[in-house]
Design a protein around this ligand. Structure first.
Ligand code: PMP
Length: 495
């Protein structure tokens, strides 16, 4: 069961509820975050939310009668029930069409518990409680957090959520640990905050627990001039750009190391539901789970679900599983930390876009329901599995194995191809030089594929890599692109 939504009164009933509560990590907060006060105007609005009969002469909320948007309707996909099948995907699970509709008087008419009068109005910093009710039920079912005072707040997507979290936890001069290759926008957002970014070596399963532990044990020797880190930022599933997914054992070890060295964990997990089905070389069949329980238990448990102390702040995004332009996601974590984010939202984001919240409520709550959402996600998994299989099949067909190596992506949208640059004629000029030469040559051969160096966190990194995505191109296009890339590699290495 998801907890009731109560970010702003976090101190209540902790003594009376049985079970375990999160620890107080307020000593990890940045100076900026500690200074944030509650917004007085938002407090006035919360009185109205609690008692709709109050007559408000308080906050500057425009009358909903003057919102010129009377209704939003949208044609949406109604995913077919993915679970009553033979266990093999039949490629048409995303084809049914239905309609969602949100008007101004849907609550008064008993049609829905959320309508445009609410959605288009100013909202509390945590976002719509009606949308959050759905989200929390979903999070409870999928991640089942292990302490009582967890909660969720809506974001404008993970980029926005991360920016807020980093400002909440880090002062200029602080050190942040992350994977040695990272999503450029997170790194670009972090550098101007005046942080020391230290990239931890990754292997086929993502961030190396051994190197993380060794780095923390020997911090003062390795980085005598840098402050000890107190935050780890990680993308554990289908990492961007490496495509790596940590297995449960790796996640447990990383969590334990973070407990030992008292690091908070920012779990950025937009690819969680793109955990793919198995790959069988030469087969077009895509296996799908046949019950929702089987689907849920096939997902690698998140760091949030391992966390017993409330030291993980988890970011989920709708960008990769519904649509990036909605700019919507949520943060799940301990209420004491979330309360600081709400305070920040009150003077920044205010709240997630009302149009996006209305559309998502119409889709999730009024139309799909929890099971329909899982149907959508299973069909999506199958579609991405088919794409992943196509690109991996093309790699097997064309890439010269004496200089190319790749790991089968278990999740996400990215294939990470490693080149043995030591065999390249220009090896002595360094990894970046080899990558750049191949990048330019591939462009001339009409393929854009991104060099690993574009994602580096540290000045030095551990090998020559290229990131290819299988998210958008057709199977035929991927086949041609990998064939061209293989030709490029052969030319460049003089094979
Ligand atoms: N984190 C990672 C690891 C990503 O790959 C991306 C998208 N490329 C994002 C965050 C951005 O997510 P959003 O669109 O929700 O801001």
């Amino acid at each position: 069961m998801a907890p009731p939504h109560k970010i702003t009164d976090v101190e209540t009933d902790h003594e009376t509820k049985p079970g375990r509560f999160s620890k107080d990590f307020s000593y990890h907060l940045s100076r900026e975050s500690k200074l944030r006060q509650k917004s007085l105007l938002k407090e006035a609005t919360s009185y109205l939310t609690a008692d709709p009969e109050l007559i408000s002469l308080a906050a500057g909320l425009p009358s909903s009668q003057l919102f010129p948007i009377e209704k939003i309707t949208a044609e949406v996909v109604i995913p077919k029930n993915a679970f009553h099948r033979t266990g093999i995907w039949d490629h048409d699970g995303l084809s049914g069409i239905g309609r969602i509709s949100k008007g101004k008087t849907d609550i008064a008419n008993g049609k829905s518990n959320y309508d445009l009068t609410r959605a288009l109005q100013y909202e509390q910093g945590a976002g719509s409680s009606q949308v959050l009710t759905f989200v929390k039920e979903h999070m409870a079912r999928i991640h089942n957090p292990k302490y009582l005072d967890w909660n969720c707040i809506l974001t404008g997507g993970n980029t926005q959520g991360m920016e807020t979290i980093f400002r909440m936890l880090l002062n200029p001069g602080d050190t942040l640990l992350l994977e040695e290759f990272a999503f450029p926008e997170s790194v670009e957002g972090l550098r101007p905050l005046g942080l020391n970014l230290v990239g931890i070596t990754v292997d086929d399963e993502g961030l190396s627990a051994d190197i993380l532990e060794d780095t923390l044990l020997n911090w003062d020797l390795k980085f005598p001039s840098k402050k000890r880190p107190h935050v780890l930022y990680t993308v554990p599933t289908g990492q961007n750009p490496t495509g790596a997914t940590m297995a449960l054992e790796r996640r447990r070890r990383i969590y334990d190391i973070c407990v030992k060295f008292d690091l908070l964990i920012v779990e950025d997990d937009p690819y969680y539901f793109l955990q793919l089905s198995e790959y069988v070389s030469g087969s077009d069949d895509v296996k799908v789970p046949i019950t929702s329980e089987e689907f849920i238990s096939s997902l690698v448990p998140s760091l949030l679900s391992i966390d017993v102390e409330g030291r993980v702040l988890r970011l989920d995004s709708l960008a990769k599983i519904i649509a990036p332009g909605l700019r919507m996601g949520w943060i799940t974590g301990n209420e004491k930390l979330l309360e600081r984010i709400v305070r920040h939202n009150e003077v920044g984001l205010q709240c997630t876009s009302g149009v996006s919240m209305a559309v998502i409520h119409g889709l999730f709550n009024d139309t799909w329901g929890q099971e329909g959402y899982l149907d959508w996600l299973v069909n999506l998994r199958a579609d991405y599995t088919s794409r992943r299989n196509a690109i991996v099949g093309a790699c097997e067909k064309y890439l010269p194995r004496d200089v190319c190596r790749w790991v089968l992506p278990q999740a996400g949208m990215f294939l990470w191809i490693q080149l043995d640059y030591t065999k390249h004629p220009d090896a002595s000029k360094g990894i970046e030089c080899v990558e750049t030469e191949i990048f330019k040559r591939a462009l001339a051969n009409k393929v854009v594929i991104l060099p690993g160096g574009w994602f580096k966190v540290n000045p030095e990194y551990s090998g020559a890599f290229f990131r290819a995505t299988y998210a958008a191109a057709s199977n035929q296009e991927m086949d041609s692109a990998i064939q061209c890339f293989a030709k490029t590699v052969r030319e460049s290495f003089g094979l």
